[in-house]
Design a protein around this ligand. Sequence first.
Ligand SMILES: *Cc1c(COP(=O)(O)O)cnc(C)c1O
Length: 391
Amino acid sequence: MTNEYYQNLDKQYIANTYKRQNVVLTRGSGSTGFDAEGKKYIDFTSGIGVNSLGFCNENWVSAVTAQISTIQHTSNIFVSVPDTVLAEKLCKAAGYSKVFFANSGAEANEGAVKIARKYGADNKGKECVNIITMQNSFHGRTIAALEATGQDVFHKNFYPFTGGFRYVPMNDKEALEAAFDETVCAVMIELVQGEGGVIAADKDYVRFLADFCRDHEILLIVDEVQTGIGRTGTLLTSRQFGIAPDITTLAKGLGGGLPIGAVLMNEKTEGVLSYGDHGSTFGGNPVSCAGGVAVLTELLDCGLLEEVSPKAEYIREKLLEIPQIKELSGLGLMIGITLADGYTASDIAAKCAENGLLILTAKTKLRMLPPLNITKEEIDKGLEILAKTLE
Ligand SMILES: *Cc1c(COP(=O)(O)O)cnc(C)c1O
């Protein structure tokens, strides 16, 4: 079958919610993908930070296929093996005491919102349910996660919301103080705004925020759906900011390509929800969790995590040698690229695809989220295509 055959099916039968690039991906290996006609692409997208180990990593495939042919689903009324194994590994490595498994980033954030509201009500009374989030943030597409998202473009057309969110500009301490009152139970932040344009928060502000939350006895929720699982060079990005949030949410890179989300809880938050307060039919699915165990094993036990920062430095250095690139943002392998005047990121991304390179955009920037185990050859090849395309 040709690419066009699938593109026509897509246009005819799949809801028009995604603006697709002109690419049909049918198979892949490492950071190299192929379309239906055998054309080869270097992948700087990793499925938006999902394929942490690239396409079809051998150890990940064996873990997932072994699990799927052992037991594929159990229901959360029984104890199962992969989620307990993943929970222990994740909690120990991330420094948390408990985890709730969901299926996506939005769902993980919904879980965090529920914990924050119950925590507020339990500790300060039933009026204490408001959550402060950042302008330009992105927390997902379900109604509460959408409302938490501090961007009007995503809100319009989908009112009414549930209420209970207040927005402040990131890195503005006075605005945070002004938005706070006794009805606030939590603050939620991405340490590097991803969809908002790959913008890192100031370290000084984040430390202030953590102290502020502690002093006012409210929860600090860090949305690491995109920044987590080694993306920026440490398992959690919060550690680079010197903070220990009360709740961290994860998703994208955790399953290595299978749907999973996680809400990590510390001593303060682990006991907030009790029996019946939250749940998910698919949450903790054995196959997804087996994928998660394989990702953490590569990262933590096989030395992949240590490779992330040097790789990121190498790519960033090379990118800055390209004359049409003005500026870089983000942290580690979460890279925002500001192009020189006259270049439109979405046009360049489309031309890169024509030339065999898959690359993302975020607002007006190009954005790279390559697989964490991308090889030097794939990096060099991809950067060569990017440089030639910009020329
Ligand atoms: C992608 C993303 C989400 C939403 O995750 P889904 O799995 O698409 O629901 C939430 N927060 C951040 C920071 C994200 O990057």
